[in-house]
Write a protein that binds this ligand. Structure first.
Ligand SMILES: Cc1cc2nc3c(=O)[nH]c(=O)nc-3n(C[C@H](O)[C@H](O)[C@H](O)COP(=O)(O)O)c2cc1C
Length: 341
């Protein structure tokens, strides 16, 4: 599919179930990174269609207290564009969690069929479910029957290099009642070590009538254009790059042009928002998780990262940021992926 301009393409309306979104670029779910504070920072820049939470345990969700939970929490203002992702291994608990998510007022619920981390797969969750297509269908059906909000499924190629399997699963998810798919074209043992095979996104896209968000290694505007050309996917789902540059959505769709001080001001803003939501200890922990992505923007990012993560408190982090930026660190036009692969 040839497109004239990326922003024009991304700003076209897209119908998901009976809801229309006015922007087709979304934040991918990322545990430990896509928390309430990063989402707030991204929201302050704007320019996206939807944001996804990191995965939440379906078993825990029905009993979670958002006032004390570190992951199942949100700002009221973001619910209208926020999709809550859950992981689990049985239809009943996934359906119960989805009911809570609908009751809280989220835009939608997303089911994780893609996580290949051992601790998750060992419990039969995430990508492990792709080994049992029947059970996968049952889970999607059960959630479909329990809620009427948009139902998303995020999945990957599977466990073998077999594009047909991904196509079959996509149809299965659609038949079971999914309203949209996010597809990450990598096999499970790969994690992020090999490049994603975007051509499989095209096959998945052609196999279903529901919207498909393409995901995997979208770093620059040009990557977005290429993915749309190559796959005709209806939307883009951005993970790590949105952590490195939370203003990316605004840049790609709102003509936002970041000034030289964007790195300093957004890192400082991140420290403040983290403290608004968490105690100092946890805020520092989350800032350290964010740091490799942030530091990937600089020529000597490894060195900057070393200085930054020495901090024990948020005050330390702020004074480290002050002294790092006094030296005007050289930025890179494309982040150094080695820092966050
Ligand atoms: C730290 C980290 C945590 C992630 N957590 C989740 C998750 O909770 N659920 C999920 O479906 N995918 C998760 N992912 C995968 C991303 O959603 C995405 O598929 C992957 O990073 C590839 O997209 P990207 O190249 O734009 O980063 C995670 C990725 C990273 C780097």
């Amino acid at each position: 599919m040839k497109i004239q301009s990326l922003s024009q393409y991304l700003l076209q309306d897209l119908t998901i179930k009976n809801h229309i979104i006015h922007n087709r670029i979304v934040l991918a779910p990322m545990a430990g990174l896509g928390h309430i504070a990063l989402r707030q920072l991204i929201s302050e820049f704007g320019g996206f269609g939807l944001l996804f939470t990191g995965m939440c345990s379906a078993k825990a969700v029905p009993h979670e207290n958002p006032k004390t939970s570190l992951v199942f929490n949100w700002r009221k203002e973001e619910l209208k564009y926020l999709v809550c992702q859950i992981f689990g291994s049985d239809p009943e608990s996934m359906a119960k969690a989805a009911e809570r998510i609908e009751k809280e007022g989220f835009f939608g619920v997303d089911l994780n069929f893609g996580c290949s981390v051992a601790a998750i797969c060992k419990k039969g969750c995430g990508a492990a479910l792709l080994k049992d297509p029947e059970l996968s269908s049952k889970i999607v059906k059960a959630v479909r029957e329990s809620v009427s909000i948009p139902l998303f499924v995020k999945f990957r190629t599977g466990w073998d290099d077999n594009p047909q399997f991904a196509v079959d699963m996509a149809k299965r998810f659609e038949d079971a009642g999914a309203d949209a798919l996010t597809f990450h074209p990598r096999v499970a043992p790969d994690r992020r070590s090999r490049p994603p095979q975007w051509e499989i996104i095209k096959h998945v896209r052609q196999a279903v009538d529901i919207p498909v968000f393409g995901n995997g290694n979208l770093f620059e505007k040009n990557d977005g254009i290429k993915m749309i050309h190559q796959t005709s996917c209806q939307g883009l789902s951005i993970g790590r790059m949105a952590v490195a540059r939370p203003w990316l959505f605004a840049q790609w769709t709102k003509k936002f042009s970041p000034g030289d001080d964007i790195f300093f001001t957004s890192a400082m803003r991140m420290t403040q928002i983290l403290l608004d939501h968490y105690d100092d200890h946890f805020a520092v922990k989350l800032f350290k998780k964010f740091s490799p992505y942030f530091c990937a923007n600089f020529k000597f990012g490894h060195q900057i990262l070393k200085n930054l993560v020495r901090a024990q408190t948020m005050d330390d982090i702020r004074s480290n940021l002050d002294s790092i930026f006094k030296n005007n660190p050289e930025t890179l036009s494309r982040p150094n992926l080695n820092l966050f692969m």
